[in-house]
Write a protein that binds this ligand. Structure first.
Ligand code: PEP
Length: 264
């Protein structure tokens, strides 16, 4: 029977310094020693990837190293960009695409999100494609429509053989970094709809295997209830991932909930 192991990611965004990133990585690794049944990734800022990679390696940790962004281009005259091959060279195995701050603060449109998602998966990396509605879209009853469009556009021309490396993060924009969290029922409704879209694109079996995380002001105190929902397979954590004890508690909540059986 298909089951989905929970997956929890810590998105450090443009936070920490070298000493702080090292201390945070050590705290997370030490706090999770021996914990099973959950996949974990951390997404440090680019300049600290190698530092965090060496901490994970020297402690024999299974925590994956993630990148918050990547270019869709292989190389060339693109000042400031970082390629997927460079990231892999630094030990990265998973990449975020379509994060709401890149879409709505930094102006990345669907064309770029799509190109990055397709390129990351084609490069044999795991990809977490983030989708979610803005507050006015939720209030206008357009949540499912917006998420569906972002999933369909982000995954255009992504072949079925690549989607086993795909995770979707449902992150309502109004809940990111605001302290406001979607109710567990609202998260479940949106994520159920997203799974239906994945089933339409790739069939029930594939859609049953793809993990869908929730993100948006997840804390240790609300994690368990969110992760317990049938289509919530862990979380993408921003602010609360910057404190090792808090992030460790969130990961333990996901492990406590355990794997989800396919419901399609
Ligand atoms: C995020 O950055 O993806 C996020 C969900 O942030 P926060 O947990 O701070 O809302």
């Amino acid at each position: 029977m298909t089951t989905r192991r929970p997956f929890v990611g810590g998105n450090w965004k443009m936070n920490t310094d070298r000493a702080g990133a090292s201390a945070l990585a050590r705290g997370v690794v030490d706090g999770l020693v021996g914990l099973q049944g959950v996949d974990v990734a951390v997404f440090p800022p680019f300049p600290y990837l190698l530092t965090v990679a060496s901490i994970l390696r020297e402690r024999g940790s299974s925590i994956r190293l993630g990148a918050q962004d990547a270019s869709d281009q292989p190389d060339g005259a693109l000042t400031g960009e970082v390629s997927l091959a460079m990231l892999r060279d630094c030990g990265v195995s998973v990449v975020l695409t379509g994060h709401s701050e890149r879409r709505h603060v930094l102006g990345e449109g669907e064309t770029i999100v799509h190109a990055k998602t397709r390129a990351a998966l084609a490069a044999d990396l795991e990809c977490v494609l983030c989708v979610g509605e803005k507050l006015d879209e939720r209030e206008a009853g357009r949540t499912n429509h917006v998420c569906e469009e972002q999933v369909r556009l982000g995954l255009r021309e992504v072949p079925p053989e690549h989607v086993d490396r795909l995770t979707i993060a449902y992150e309502p924009v109004w809940a990111i970094g605001t302290g406001r969290t979607a109710s567990p029922a609202d998260a479940q409704d949106a994520q159920r709809h997203i799974r239906g879209v994945l089933a339409d694109l790739y069939g029930n079996d594939a859609a049953s295997r793809i993990r869908i995380m929730y993100g948006g002001s997840v804390k240790a105190s609300n994690a368990r209830e969110l992760f317990a929902q049938a289509d919530v397979d862990g979380g993408l954590i921003g602010g609360a991932s910057l404190k090792a004890t808090e992030f460790v508690a969130i990961v333990k909540a996901a492990a406590g909930v355990g794997a989800k059986a396919a419901t399609l």
